[in-house]
Write a protein that binds this ligand. Structure first.
Ligand code: MG
Length: 340
């Protein structure tokens, strides 16, 4: 097997303001694993607020190179992925890229789609949400129009203009909303008050209302909230599940947080035992990593995999959405074709 990688930038359709300027793009690294004339594709997405960078991903790939190049039999894929996982702590986006590329390659060797290999039924895919970021009222209204084919909206709130944002959306549509606070509310009392109001606004659940470390407050909210609370920042890797399982009604799994498809599958199995609701989410990713995540989506309750709709330069063609429903294809592996 040989390993090739490339740094790239993906650009947002709607650049957004942050404290020090405007964010227009996200750094990613694409990975290709070549084996017997077949290519497995993988992707690491690197949001600027997380520690991994393009250089850290590449140095992880270089560390994994000898192991990957020594592979002749892909039937050992589970063992191989386990070895990659324990090579070094964290580096979950780099691990996810390798895990995705290995699954893609393995599917191509076996002439099967990954969703089939995972024992999933194609018709059981969930609908994805369409994301509305924090923005001006005009831009929110424009995005509500752009996302009109989707069944649910995912709305970002941060404590500052929460009521105004929801009211702007509610003046345009009564579609169900998922709210993502990204740890933005200061305390549990503020959170409960806001959730009680959101409960009158056709909101399905609230993601990560409080700082990820505040598990006692999360538990209090879990017991008092009229709406389900979903862990995102508090639920990164498999080992976090034990800590948070009694403090939330559900979890948001992302390949870039947990280290790939094998890790995500393990989390899904355990989370089901704890009766947790499961959402499959994403960072800013192309159709490569999104199509990989979609392979497991028949096993989850909700999906937030709309990233290909939010970028201008998708390097891959992969899964499609019909009115927001994830449409898996029958192509081998993760079901993608490289286009750029
Ligand atoms: Mg989130």
């Amino acid at each position: 097997m040989t390993i090739h990688y490339k740094k790239e930038l993906i650009h947002f359709k709607h650049p957004f303001k942050i404290a020090h300027g405007t964010r227009t793009s996200t750094s990613i690294v694409f990975l290709q694993l070549h084996h017997n004339g077949l290519i497995g594709y993988g992707e690491a997405s690197l949001p600027p607020y997380l520690p991994e960078t393009q250089n850290s991903v590449i140095s992880f790939f270089e560390k994994a190179k000898a192991l990957l190049e020594s592979i002749s039999d892909l039937n050992e894929i589970d063992l191989l992925i386990e070895q990659i996982q324990i090579m070094q702590e964290n580096n979950t986006a780099a691990k996810a890229a390798i895990d995705i590329a290995l699954h893609d390659l393995y599917g191509k060797v076996k002439k099967q789609s990954c969703w089939k290999m995972f024992g999933c039924k194609k018709e059981n895919t969930p609908f994805t949400t369409y994301t509305l970021g924090i923005d001006t009222n005009e831009m929110i209204e424009q995005k509500v129009n752009e996302g009109k084919a989707f069944k649910y909206f995912k709305v970002k709130l941060n404590g500052e203009y929460d009521k105004e944002i929801i009211t702007t959306i509610r003046n345009k549509t009564d579609k169900p909303i998922i709210v993502d606070v990204n740890q933005g509310w200061k305390d549990k009392y503020e959170a409960l008050k806001k959730i009680e109001w959101l409960n009158t606004q056709n909101v399905l659940f609230v993601e990560q209302p409080l700082a990820k470390e505040k598990l006692d407050d999360a538990f209090w909210l879990f017991e008092n909230s009229p709406l389900p609370i979903i862990a995102d920042e508090a639920m990164q890797q498999f080992t976090d599940l034990e800590k948070i399982k009694h403090c939330f009604h559900g979890i948001n799994i992302k390949l870039m947080k947990c280290g790939g498809l094998s890790a995500a599958k393990k989390i899904i199995t355990a989370a089901r035992e704890y009766n947790l609701k499961i959402m499959m989410g994403c960072m800013t990713e192309t159709s490569c990593a999104i199509s990989a995540a979609a392979q497991l989506s028949p096993l989850v309750d909700y999906a937030d995999l709309d990233s290909p709709n939010l970028i201008t330069n998708d390097f891959f063609e992969g899964i499609k959405f019909t009115e927001g429903k994830i449409m898996l294809n029958d192509a081998f592996g993760i079901g993608v074709v490289k286009k750029l």
